[in-house]
Design a binder for this molecule. Structure first.
Ligand code: UDP
Length: 471
């Protein structure tokens, strides 16, 4: 029989209201509940409605879901944040949510003592709110430790003129002062710190403040695991003297196979209903023969790049399952996109398309051999934990940094775009070469390490939260 954890206190959680942020926060909150905390999970109203079905099906003991107005008709999580107007929309919306968050908090503190506010670096005002209410703040960082390290180093990167980077700039400079990193060049600095991002984002200059905000938190919990980024974690702690702790992979225990006696479906709350028909298509294919293609929830391609990929996938002769979101190519209808895929498939039954896939189940399906990915951090972790190597096409945010680690450091994937070869040559080269089995062996080792560490997550979190260093 499971031992009941003794009550540890109340936590108020507030995720950035985007798809890739809500899920890790929810999983972390479930771990906190199992440790003996009670949690209020404050969420944007439009997302909350979408998540309700999932949330009500989940064991909710100890988590109280409180929606607050975001004054939007469509879920904020579905907007394309790489469009500058939408980026501003997200930022303005999140800023406007502060007053309602604070009134929820005021109400809670009048009834119970709040032990921590749990939020993200990118919701900067939560630190100010925590200071105002005299409550310690714990930061969840939903990207890699390497990406976190970049945030701490923004002042240094700017001072040395290693950021903002002009994308595609031929004059690359080496960067050797990021502790625990492989040798980097300015091309590996996240796209979100590019000159292009600076132009689009009127709040760019404020990023220099992130280091200060991070350092104020009691501790920083990172959705990564030690075996993956050991050197980067060690480097961060040594240089900044802060409790920075790996608490990942924050993925459903059923997906990781760590839930006792469970055969529950491995799904995540999604912003769109997943189309399960692709699983039947996968069932008909041989093991390891399918490329799964997905660019996450909001990255976009140009029509030229969409056609280029459709052609490459067709010509490489591999089977492929492609998540063609209606918003994948701005300005083009889903119908137009599907016609392009059909026109470029070179034999009957080569492709299957869906608008939104049950990604975790797809990655675990034995037919899937490779993941053509934009290297979003959640997708990267999910691919590793399913033991699937990657073909990388980073598009935005910090995806180029993730790609650098996938391809050059962990060697569990390759870059899909190569100046000297076309897409079909890259795919054929890697799928048919020795590289395939070497990468598969490496990714399976990392998968085992991830599973091992995920079993210890609750203890790791417990230790981090009870550390007296900054409370
Ligand atoms: N996802 C999904 N079905 C899809 C495409 C994506 O369930 O068809 C999920 C995926 O499993 C991951 C998230 O959406 O958890 C995407 O997060 P990621 O960090 O990879 O990319 P982002 O959407 O933030 O760019």
């Amino acid at each position: 029989m499971e031992e009941l954890a003794s009550y540890k206190g109340h936590i108020v959680a507030f995720p950035l209201p985007l798809q890739g942020h809500i899920n890790p926060m929810l999983i972390l909150c479930k771990a906190l509940v199992s440790l003996g905390f009670s949690v209020t999970f404050v969420n944007a109203e439009s997302n909350h409605k979408r998540l309700l079905a999932h949330i009500s099906a989940a064991p909710s003991t100890g988590i109280d879901f409180v929606p607050i107005p975001d004054h939007l008709d469509t879920p904020i999580a579905t907007v394309d944040v790489h469009n500058s107007n939408n980026l501003l929309l997200v930022r303005n919306t999140v800023r406007k949510m502060r007053a309602d968050f604070e009134s929820v908090l005021k109400n809670i503190v009048s009834n119970v003592k709040v032990k921590f506010i749990l939020s993200e670096m990118s919701v900067g005002w939560t630190q100010e709110t925590a200071d105002k209410f005299g409550i310690p703040k714990v930061t969840l960082f939903t990207e890699s430790a390497a990406s976190l390290s970049i945030q701490y180093h923004i002042p240094e990167l700017l001072a040395k003129k290693h950021a903002p980077v002009r994308q595609g700039c031929p004059d690359l400079q080496s960067i050797d002062y990021l502790p625990g990193f492989p040798l980097m060049t300015t091309a590996d600095i996240p796209y979100s710190l590019s000159a292009h991002a600076e132009k689009l984002d009127p709040g760019f200059a404020q990023r220099v403040e992130r280091k200060k905000v991070l350092l104020k938190a009691k501790c920083v919990l990172v959705n990564s695991f030690d075996a993956l980024e050991h050197g980067v974690f060690a480097g961060l702690r040594a240089k900044f003297h802060q409790t920075v702790v790996p608490v990942g992979p924050l993925l459903p225990p059923a997906f990781l196979g760590t839930e006792n006696g469970s055969n529950k479906p491995t799904t995540l709350p999604g912003m769109w209903p997943a189309d399960d028909t692709c699983k039947q298509w996968l069932d008909r294919q041989q093991d390891g023969t399918v490329l799964y293609v997905s660019f996450g929830s909001n990255a976009t391609l140009t029509m030229d790049d969409f056609v280029r990929l459709a052609r490459g996938l067709g010509l490489c002769k591999q089977l492929f399952l492609w998540v063609v979101r209606p918003t994948l190519v701005p300005g083009s209808s889903l119908d137009e996109l599907l016609k392009v895929v059909r026109r470029n498939s070179i034999y009957e039954g080569q492709s299957c398309t869906v608008s939104w896939a049950p990604q975790l189940q797809v990655l675990l399906h034995p037919a899937v051999g490779w993941f053509v990915t934009h290297c979003g951090w959640n997708s990267t972790l999910e691919s590793i934990c399913a033991g699937v190597p990657m073909l990388c096409w980073p598009l935005t945010a910090e995806q180029n940094l993730n790609c650098k680690f996938i391809a050059d450091e962990w060697k569990i994937g390759v870059r899909l775009l190569d100046d000297s070869r076309c897409i079909e040559e890259v795919i054929t080269g890697v799928v048919e070469s020795q590289g395939d089995s070497q990468m598969k062996t490496k990714v399976k080792k990392l998968k085992e390490a991830a599973i091992k560490e995920s079993k210890l997550i609750t203890k790791t979190i417990d230790d981090a939260l009870s550390s007296k260093s900054r409370s």
